[in-house]
Design a binder for this molecule. Sequence first.
Ligand SMILES: C[S@@+](CC[C@H](N)C(=O)[O-])C[C@H]1O[C@@H](n2cnc3c(N)ncnc32)[C@H](O)[C@@H]1O
Length: 274
Amino acid sequence: MTDNPVETHYTRDDLGEAILAALRAAGKDIDHLTPDDLAPVDEFHGGRRPATVRLAELVGFVGSERVLDVGSGLGGPSRYLAWRYGCRVSGVDLTAEFVRVAEMLTRLTGFVGRVDYRQGDALDLPFESESFDVVWSQNAAMNIADRDRLYREMRRVLKPGGKLALQEVAAGPGGPPHYPVQWAREPSISFLYSQKATRSKLATAGLRVTAWQDTTEPALQSATARARNADGPPPALGTHLLLGGDWQAMFRNSGRNLEERRTELFNAVLERVD
Ligand SMILES: C[S@@+](CC[C@H](N)C(=O)[O-])C[C@H]1O[C@@H](n2cnc3c(N)ncnc32)[C@H](O)[C@@H]1O
């Protein structure tokens, strides 16, 4: 039980069991799972695995980095970074159920010791200052109102010269989003800022942009394909398992919001300035 409305939004009872059943139904071998097997369900952000690959390439990992994933969800991106590059990754997430499932999937894929998770708030990161080479975050900031504090916290735990990698949903010029969306059923837990306002907050926090990509177009293509599939039965394995009974409306609204430019998506890499 939680009284945090964001955690309540993301909490599904028995999510781990539902994912295991879906993996079996999809014909996966539970005893030999790979990050690729899990990608349809554990990459919980616009653009899915291809978006993670794009952001990782923008960072230019070499493998020796110590990485923190803020709002790590079920751990798809963190296990991908450990798998593809050999990075050592910690994840922190507000939702206790997601942390439990992330740990279960990490055991099942054999990543224990290379990836770990803890429950915590991005606004009060449970890590020493200057601990990480890269702080990474995909589609988590839209649940966080106090961006000044979020970006200050992210900078604090970065080593001098460390990099911040972001994929975020931004407010577009088309007006407020249609709800429900994957991150909120109503506006009280949704906090979107324009790309311009976000850049200004990042600069104030002491972070300098080294790369900034507006990824609204590729996100729109992938959201449109998903919205089309929302009319039929869901695949065995997919993020609908995380979303609850109104997943079809969420998929449709995601496409519509991008199309009407109520939302935009961007990738950015920033450097800690000292
Ligand atoms: C849409 S999911 C994205 C999960 C993951 N980053 C991914 O891309 O697969 C958003 C995540 O942000 C987490 N989150 C939201 N607010 C948070 C906060 N204040 N501190 C830590 N995590 C938070 C949620 O619990 C959820 O797991």
